[in-house]
Design a protein. Sequence first.
Length: 124
Amino acid sequence: MNDVGKPCAGEPHARCEAAGAGNGAEATEPVLDRTQITAELGCLAKPVVLSTGCMTGNDAMARSFLDGGCSACVAPRGYPDGTAAFAFAAAFYCQTLALRASPPEAVAIARTLGGDTNLFNLWH
């Protein structure tokens, strides 16, 4: 460790040990608590579909999801570059889950990244 408590080069950034490690106890996988995850990351009231597949942004597809109970459907009307699709999805989820933006706000922000991100549309 350095003088501010950060790992030095070559040291692991995190360690995971089971209680009683060293006395014959076996390490176990961490247990994910859905309630804690929802509290920390947020949760949308109804599912939102985000499709990054080319040409999946059409009225019939969106209507199918909306009629099935989704609150919104986001998809491209065209052939977005893979990097643009990834960037759009990352920005959309950051906005909705971490920053608690509404789907329309998240789509508007994600579309400002440029390139083919402007191919994505929202139905709600």
